[in-house]
Design a protein around this ligand. Structure first.
Ligand SMILES: *Cc1c(COP(=O)(O)O)cnc(C)c1O
Length: 428
């Protein structure tokens, strides 16, 4: 290997074995499928938690260019990151605001979740103290319908919406709720009841400037009547934008007959290889012992990268198009993979790619199952020390794969899209 040049251009691959490659073409493709399915409902693109680990600024810019005009995050600093990146579109902040945070909503034109009577009163007070001609405060009044998280019961929410609608300097941009179990067939009655409580609140509120909204990804996929029953409305989608669904792909990864495309590929590399004899114990606690002479690959990824320790002894990874098991305890920065008897995969070498999830390896849903969680958490926990590399599948609009080496363009986090070509045009 050539020595590393400290003055090398910034577009060199990051100096870490572990990277998350995000295909912005897939995000665009998924947004198009969602919008087609949801129409006439609009998409409110949910980019909280750094766009479920995919990188909020890059994802939001991509969606903005594709014509998406509403965004949502969970926290104020997440919204500020988008504002600083030049995203001027409406952004709703989902969480219940703490009193001291409200002025920032006004200053940065963020949609406020009116989660209680007290928040409504604080919004009215804030609006009263603002300069004439200032942009109205955009209020999304939350209706408690069965999640028991935030919001007021329908009669109270309706009253608050009516009051806010009459208040100068306030616009009621939304009346909304959140489903507790929209993807569970056995809970259909409960979900229908949640929808009808929201409709009851909407009837009580009377006309509002904004929209009545409820559907998330599970509702769009499995409870479409919640989209059809409200107009105008939003579908507030996150998971499906990233090409993930709560179920195994065969069940629900298609929208209107077309497949969603997972946007993230999480990979690492083999940093060390060795052959051990039968009886060698592997990793902390000596929890796994080689049953025979095997080749072990040490991989430069661990729970510090967001690859959960619970995956120890449970997960498989992809190496050279084949699956191999993770053995022994996953460490903070490293883990071991059993390549089997030395003759099984003799060509595997140091520096080879290891697919933790994504094309060429297991899916994020597999990893979720193995680690007793949901794909939401699998994507979100990919840690901040893992560099995100961005590619544009040039032919993605047709759903084809771009030619290796020509159209797979990759950039690391801080750079503009479309610059240097990845090594061999492959994920690396
Ligand atoms: C995160 C979130 C969503 C998006 O849910 P997905 O299932 O990822 O589409 C929608 N609404 C609220 C209130 C949320 O917190």
């Amino acid at each position: 290997m050539p020595a590393t040049d400290p003055l090398a251009p910034a577009d060199d691959p990051p100096l870490t074995p572990t990277t998350a490659t995000v295909d912005l073409g897939a995000v665009r493709h998924n947004a198009r499928l969602i919008r087609k399915r949801a129409a006439p409902a609009d998409l409110m693109a949910v980019v909280k938690a750094d766009a479920y680990g995919h990188g909020a600024v890059r994802v939001a810019r991509t969606l903005r260019e594709a014509g998406v005009s509403h965004f949502a995050v969970a926290r104020v600093p997440e919204a500020l990151e988008l504002r600083e990146a030049g995203i001027e579109a409406p952004i709703q902040v989902f969480e219940a605001p703490l009193p001291g945070h409200l002025p920032a909503y006004a200053r940065h034109r963020l949609g406020v979740t009116v989660s209680s009577r007290a928040v409504a009163e604080a919004v009215v007070e804030l609006a009263g103290g603002r300069a004439p001609g200032a942009a109205p405060i955009r209020a999304h009044v939350k209706v408690e319908t069965g999640m028991e998280r935030i919001g007021e019961p329908p009669e109270v929410a309706a009253e608050l919406a009516r009051h806010l609608a009459k208040t100068d300097g306030v616009e009621v941009a939304g009346l909304w709720t959140h489903f507790a179990a929209a993807d569970e067939p056995g809970q259909k009655d409960f979900t229908r009841r949640q929808l009808s409580i929201l409709q009851e609140a909407a009837a009580g509120a009377g006309p509002i400037a904004g929209r009545v909204h409820a559907a998330n990804t599970p509702a769009l996929l499995h409870f479409e009547e919640s989209v059809r029953a409200l107009d105008p409305t939003f579908v507030r989608c996150g998971l499906s934008l990233y090409g993930l669904t709560p179920f195994p792909p065969a069940v629900s990864a298609s929208l209107g007959g077309q497949q969603l495309r997972p946007a993230m590929r999480f990979t690492s590399k083999i940093t060390h290889l060795k052959t051990v004899e039968a009886g060698a114990s592997v990793s902390y606690g000596r929890g796994w012992t080689a049953p025979e002479r095997v080749r072990l690959a040490t991989v430069g990824c661990g729970y510090g990268d967001g690859y959960a320790r619970l995956l120890s002894g449970r997960a498989e990874v992809g190496v050279a198009g084949r699956r191999f098991p993770v053995v022994g305890r996953i460490c903070m920065d490293l883990m071991m993979v059993n390549l089997g008897p030395p003759e099984t995969a003799p060509d595997v070498a140091t520096g080879d790619a290891v697919v933790l999830f994504g094309p060429g390896g297991p899916s994020a849903v597999d990893v979720a199952d193995w680690s007793e969680t949901i794909p939401y958490e699998v994507a979100t926990r990919v840690s901040s020390r893992v560099p995100r590399r961005y590619i544009e599948e040039a032919a993605s609009e047709q759903g084809k794969t771009a030619l290796p080496g020509t159209a797979n363009r990759a950039t690391t986090g801080a750079q503009p899209a479309g610059a240097p070509v990845t090594e061999n045009g492959r994920f690396s």
